[in-house]
Design a protein around this ligand. Structure first.
Ligand code: GLV
Ligand code: MN
Ligand code: MN
Ligand code: MN
Length: 418
């Protein structure tokens, strides 16, 4: 029997109204739909999310990491909740769909279950994870990371551009840094996790497919390289006698880009920040810092690329007579999604007659951290506009979100029986 056939379909008008309402919470001083964690209007918007969960019949609470939880009690006969959700914060200049579809879609799935008169055996937990996007302290997935693994003390001591440590910023949001060093969620309380998300790339739209079943989530290696050259007069010092930190950094940027271009399957390499400590027009740069990242769903390529990039940065610096220090941090390892969750989603999609394809994720997600707690999977829906994302031009059609919600609800019902 295919239980998913008995589920009420997601209501497009209701979903669209929720999307529009959440999109009203924007930082008017920033481009696009900016909603940064640890700032307004994110705080205010999350009260709206909590109220929406409540109106959808969920029991709402907030955990010690600032995650908003909406619980739909099951029959109570099985341990562990089925968890679904994503995030509602954005990058600076972000769009209206990244993360948001996964939270509003999860709330809509909970409404559909109730309207269908389906009571799950397990509790259903809808989550709006706190601050998924990379924060000013250099790491992402704050809420899901805290829930599953805890936030290392070294992260809490990191400082932002205003030299304020993270632990001080968290206190403003009512998060006690002393309470998040170890996993905030009790192990064993999650049966499975499923995250609905926009693809953030062009593949599904190009293939004319409404759903992607995610096979793996990219690993991310981040680096900060600090070049130390010699300050000197830009007009008098001969080109052959300089120790120019900017030139060394520029060569590093190109070496990093080349590394991405050489990747055989999925591998990307991006530099996003170059800072000169003394950007006077007439001073040879002496202290330049750059920030870059490598991503791949192939762990062995990623680790090899990290080594090659380090070597090439060192070579470029030496050729310029510049010293360099390279600090790497792993934002997350490659995470394959759970095969049972993948098969469950694939099975319900086939039952519903919804075409789909397996697809890897080059973006990272809260599912990475949930995967350390329980079997985790993801459902992708198409990104239109050529798949553009982390941009105000991000777009996903309401019909596609509704199809994603139907797939999510059916997956949750199927997982409930396992
Ligand atoms: C977040 O969206 C990321 O993939 O960095
Ligand atoms: Mn996201
Ligand atoms: Mn994002
Ligand atoms: Mn992301």
């Amino acid at each position: 029997m295919n239980r998913s056939r008995n589920l009420a379909a997601a209501q497009i008008d209701r979903l669209t109204a929720d999307l529009h309402a959440l999109a009203e919470f924007v930082d008017a001083s920033m481009p696009g739909w900016t909603r940064r964690a640890l700032a307004e209007p994110y705080r205010e918007s999350r009260s709206w999310v909590a109220a929406l969960m409540k109106s959808a019949g969920l029991e709402v609470s907030r955990d010690k990491a600032g995650n908003i939880l909406g619980r739909l009690p099951g029959q109570g006969s099985r341990p562990g909740a089925l968890v679904t959700g994503s995030h509602t914060d954005s990058v600076v200049g972000g769009g209206r769909f990244d993360g948001i579809c996964g939270v509003l879609g999860a709330i809509e799935a909970a409404r559909c279950l109730q309207e269908s008169g389906v009571q799950l055996v397990h509790d259903l937990l809808v989550v709006d994870f706190f601050g998924e996007e990379t924060n000013d302290f250099g790491f992402g997935c704050f809420g899901s990371r805290a829930a599953a693994e805890g936030i290392p003390e070294s992260f809490l001591d990191r400082r932002d551009q205003d030299d304020v440590p993270l632990h001080e910023r968290l206190a403003v949001d009512g998060i006690d840094p002393g309470e998040i060093g170890t996993p905030v969620w009790v192990p064993g309380t999650v049966k499975a996790f499923v995250e609905l998300h926009v693809e953030q790339g062009p593949t599904l739209a190009e293939q004319n497919l409404p759903i992607g079943v995610v096979t793996a989530i990219t690993g991310i290696e981040r680096l900060i390289a600090r070049f130390l050259g010699r300050a000197d007069h830009a007009g008098t010092r001969a080109m052959t006698d300089r120790r120019d930190a900017m030139v060394a950094a520029a060569q590093a940027v190109l070496a990093i880009q080349r590394t991405g271009c050489e990747a055989p399957v999925h591998g990307v390499a991006t530099t996003t920040k170059v800072e000169n400590a003394n950007p006077s027009p007439n001073v040879v740069a002496s202290r330049v810092t750059l920030q870059s990242e490598l991503r791949s769903i192939d762990a062995s390529w990623l680790h090899g690329a990290r080594r090659r990039v380090s070597e090439q940065i060192l070579e470029a610096a030496q050729a310029c007579g510049v010293d360099v220090e390279v600090d790497w941090s792993t934002d997350n390892e490659v995470v394959p999604t759970d095969l049972v969750v993948q098969d469950t989603t694939a099975g319900v999609l086939d039952g519903l007659g919804i075409p789909w394809m397996p697809i890897p994720s080059g973006a990272t997600h809260d599912a990475v951290h949930m995967a350390t707690l329980a079997p985790a999977g993801m459902i992708f829906i198409p990104s239109r506009n050529g798949g553009i994302s982390h941009s105000p031009d991000e777009w996903t059609d309401a019909q596609d979100i509704a199809t994603g919600v139907d797939a999510l609800a059916a997956t949750l019902v199927a997982l409930d029986r396992t």
